[in-house]
Structure formats: structure tokens, C-alpha cells
Design a protein around this ligand. Structure first.
Ligand code: IPE
Ligand code: IPE
Ligand code: MG
Length: 249
């Protein structure tokens, strides 16, 4: 059993996933792309449950990027409808698993029914303590960094801060991800090996894990494989291997 090989004392606190390959999964079966997105919801449920059961504190899922707005109109609207429906039907799963829902991204871009469904689910789940599921919706890391820069520049202009006050902590605290530890592990499915404008600042020292599994096929066992791989790596943070074994002694 893969699950038993996981060292629960060395779990990543935060896992981020680029859920990719829905379209190719559907096409492989001669179906429309949306069929892949619909089946991707099952993987979301599995992975959220799997992370919560293990004791992972935060799971961030890249569900819709800023760039995804350029997809064909019918796909965008089908994705938005699926999102609204999924949040509604999955609130029970979140409650059953003690999962709190949060979202990052440019919410002004989202349709109104989507915003109200999100707000409702966030309100219902706000007291849940086991894990936080963060949906990245209409999100891109560059959007977030530009936004944060504007806020910091405005404060400097109004003399609320001086330029010398700007440091990593201030930037961290101004990004929409400010509440959460940076992900130790980032996973991308479907064989693509790129970040596609996901958490750039936050993954400065993340371990990256790529798998050929298409998102709708991704199950708890695939999650466990990623975590085991992560746990077998040496995270040196610029130090030498010898220094790390000194610290362990
Ligand atoms: C990921 O699957 C889901 C979203 C980006 C919304 P894709 O729709 O990108 O699937 P592929 O990459 O075309 O197979
Ligand atoms: C990244 O996937 C965005 C999400 C998973 C939401 P894409 O399929 O949109 O990314 P590219 O186009 O392959 O870079
Ligand atoms: Mg894709």
C-alpha cells in the first residue's frame, strides 16, 4: 500500500496542483472537451479527501487561469457553469471532510452567479479546521504580483511606508496567497512541464513533480506517489548536503 509508505511527520503543509489534461482525456475517448472537465471534478474530490485524510493543511488547485479566458466562448461558459454546479453539489463533501473553501484570483472577472456560489460555500465552510482548499480562479501569478506592486506603491506614495520598508515579508503579505505557507510541493499532470503562470513567487523553493497521468485519471494513489517522491528528495535551500546532516545530528 502506497499510503503506508508516507511519513506523516514529513508531510508537505501545502500542495499546489496544476490540473491539466482534461481536454486530451476527453478527446482520447472521442468526446467533447467538457466531458473531460466534468470528470475532472471526481479527481478534485478524491485529491481533496486524500489530502485532508493525511493531514495536509492547504491544497491549492489551479482551476482557471487568466489566460484561459481566451478559450472558445462555449468552453469558457461551460467551465463557469460547471464551477457553479460543482461548488453547490460539493459543499457537502467539504463539510464531511472538515474542509474550508477559499479562492484566489481576479474575482471581478467571474460571472455573478459564480461569485455568489463561491461566497456562500466559503461562508458555510468557514469554521472547518482540518484543511483549506484554495481554488485559483481567473488567477495568474503575474496578475497577483502586479496587483501587490500597485498596492505597495500606493502606500509609499501616501507616505504610509517608506521605500526602505519594502521587503520579502511585505510582498508576501500583499499577495492574495498571504494567509498560507508557500507550497512545498507543486504537481502538474498530463506530461506538460511548465508552470503556466501559476504561483511564481510562492514556488521559489517548491519541489516540482510532473506526471503523465491526465487529470481526470488522477486518484489518491497518484497523490501518494507524488508525496512519496517529495519525501525522498533532499531539500537543501542553498546549503550543502553535509551541512544538512550536521543539523540532523
Ligand atoms: C485543464 O485541462 C483544465 C483547464 C485548463 C480549465 P485542459 O482543458 O487544459 O486540457 P488539455 O490540456 O487541453 O488536455
Ligand atoms: C493551466 O493549464 C491552467 C489550469 C490548469 C487551470 P493550461 O492547459 O491552460 O496551460 P497551457 O496552455 O498548457 O500552458
Ligand atoms: Mg491544458
Amino acid at each position: 500500500m502506497l499510503k503506508e509508505q508516507i511519513n506523516l511527520k514529513k508531510l508537505p503543509r501545502h500542495i499546489a496542483i496544476i490540473m491539466d489534461g482534461n481536454g486530451r482525456w476527453a478527446k482520447g475517448q472521442g468526446k467533447f472537451r467538457i466531458f473531460g472537465h466534468q470528470n475532472g471534478v471526481i479527481s478534485v474530490r478524491e485529491v481533496a479527501e486524500g489530502c485532508a485524510e493525511l493531514g495536509v493543511e492547504c491544497l491549492t488547485l489551479y482551476a482557471f487561469s487568466t489566460e484561459n479566458w481566451s478559450r472558445p466562448k462555449h468552453e469558457v461558459s461551460a467551465l463557469m457553469s460547471l464551477l457553479v454546479k460543482t461548488i453547490r453539489t460539493e459543499t457537502k463533501t467539504l463539510m464531511d471532510n472538515g474542509i474550508k473553501l477559499d479562492a484566489i484570483g481576479d474575482r471581478n472577472m467571474l460571472p455573478k452567479d459564480c461569485i455568489s456560489e463561491l461566497d456562500e460555500a466559503m461562508e458555510i465552510t468557514k469554521a472547518n479546521k482540518r484543511m483549506t482548499l484554495i481554488l485559483a480562479l481567473s488567477y495568474s501569478a503575474k496578475w497577483d504580483i502586479v496587483n501587490a506592486t500597485k498596492q505597495i506603491a500606493a502606500k509609499a506614495k501616501n507616505n504610509e511606508i517608506s521605500v526602505e520598508d519594502i521587503d520579502e515579508t511585505m510582498i508576501n503579505n500583499t499577495l492574495t496567497t498571504y494567509k498560507y505557507p508557500h507550497p512545498e510541493l507543486m504537481v502538474r499532470t498530463s506530461g506538460e512541464q511548465r508552470i503556466s503562470n501559476f504561483l511564481l513567487w510562492e514556488i521559489a523553493y517548491s519541489e516540482l513533480y510532473f506526471t503523465d497521468v491526465l487529470w481526470p485519471d488522477f486518484r489518491k494513489e497518484d497523490l501518494y506517489k507524488a508525496i512519496i517522491d517529495f519525501q525522498n528528495r533532499e531539500r537543501r535551500f542553498g546549503k550543502t548536503s553535509e551541512q544538512l546532516s550536521e543539523i540532523k545530528k
